[in-house]
Design a protein around this ligand. Structure first.
Ligand code: NAP
Length: 346
């Protein structure tokens, strides 16, 4: 990672930001990113200046590093990355958002953000700490909620399987599946520590360490009766194993496919898709952005569970914007348990 400095007057506020230095082929490296210090511009009428305190680190950003059409535009070479962040308003030219408010917005990957006040949402830090609005009360929690209520709805007595189960979405999804009436909840994660944690901390009945042996065999042992619902964050062999284990009429929420994000050639699809016909399965994709209308409902439910201690969450916190690229490389290889975050406050 290279560091570049712009010339600024002494009175200027500086902001470090992470830019895309090169488009990765395969796995990104430290050289994919550069840290640049810039002067923070004065806000225009209707704008606010936010000192970011936390920023979210998300696997989907890998797709935006490629120059390829997708549901969200690619990052521009040489420009700052963006993504979900929360922070405190330090200057405002908007009547709607006062100085001192804590807001969530989409201009992360920089210490200070200047944006239209209408693009920021004031969050209630009395309900939960600001960082929760990037995890369980943010899009990751909402992803689990939409997946298991709208896309592959959990019904009373269902057997539910969740991949990347110790991650941000997965650690919430297991506990949610139980609340929605699942009779058995099975999670998969990489390594014995994470697998143990699924059961001790995140409400799973049993755990699969996908690195420890055959996924098919471990899934058959955990659910000899088969599974009804699968939340897929991984794709590849996880999706194949889940299709194989599905009971008739089962539902699969296609949420992510992290095992393929760094692929340099097209990853093979599941070779057992005919079973989806034979078992009359429903495989349905989702983008959380289509479910933002569920935010009030989800936050209302989840905040209550957080307050009474019945919903357990975890964060993996990396300190300082300089470490943000390492946090991204980390989330892609499983360095996180729960939500991967960068803390920017002093
Ligand atoms: P996360 O689960 O907190 O972090 C990603 C995890 O993926 C890592 O911790 C790692 O855990 C696991 N992983 C990495 N490579 C893997 C592989 N080859 N096989 C199996 N597991 C692997 O991330 P998240 O933010 O909650 O996102 C989870 C998934 O949901 C991602 O695919 C993401 O793109 C997707 N997502 C989709 C939407 C949507 O709107 N559709 C919204 C949010 C997230 P281990 O240590 O267990 O390997």
């Amino acid at each position: 990672m290279s560091t570049q400095q712009t010339t600024v007057t002494p009175a200027t506020t500086f902001s470090a930001e992470v830019r895309l230095a090169s488009r990765p082929v395969g796995s990104p490296t430290a050289d994919t990113f550069e840290l640049v210090r810039t002067a923070v511009p004065e806000p225009a009428e209707g704008e606010i200046v936010v000192r970011n305190t936390w920023m979210s680190v998300d696997p989907y950003m890998r797709g935006r590093m490629d120059d390829a059409p997708s549901y969200i535009p690619p990052f521009e070479l040489g420009a700052a990355l963006d993504g979900s962040a929360v922070g405190v308003v330090v200057a405002s030219r908007s009547d709607a958002v006062p100085v001192g408010a804590t807001v969530s917005h989409f201009l992360g990957w920089r210490e200070y953000a200047v944006l239209d006040a209408a693009a920021a949402a004031v969050v209630d830090t009395g309900l939960a700490p600001a960082s929760a609005y990037l995890g369980v009360l943010g899009t990751t929690g909402l992803t689990a909620y939409a997946a298991l209520t709208e896309i592959a709805p959990v019904r009373e007595g269902d057997v539910v399987f969740v991949s990347a189960a110790a991650g941000a979405v997965g650690s919430v999804a297991g506990q949610l599946a139980r609340r929605l009436g699942a009779s058995k909840v099975i999670g998969s994660a990489g390594g014995p520590e994470k697998a143990a944690k699924l059961v001790t901390d995140f409400g799973y009945d049993s755990a699969i360490d996908y690195r420890a042996g055959s996924l098919d065999e471990q899934l058959a042992a955990a659910a000899p009766e088969g599974i009804d619902v699968y939340l897929d964050s991984v794709g590849g062999n996880h999706l194949r194993a889940a299709i194989g284990a599905m009971r008739t009429g089962g539902r699969i929420a296609l949420v992510g496919a992290i095992s393929t994000y760094n692929a340099t050639s097209p990853a093979p699809g599941p070779d057992n898709l005919f079973q989806a016909a034979a078992k009359e399965l429903n495989l349905r994709g989702m983008l959380v952005s289509s479910y933002f209308h569920l935010f009030p409902e989800w936050i209302g439910r989840a905040a209550g569970w957080l307050a009474d201690g019945s919903l357990r969450t975890e964060q993996t916190v990396v300190e300082g914007i300089e470490q943000a690229p390492a946090a991204f490389l980390g989330v892609m290889r499983g360095a996180n348990t729960g939500k991967m975050l960068v803390r920017l406050e002093g």
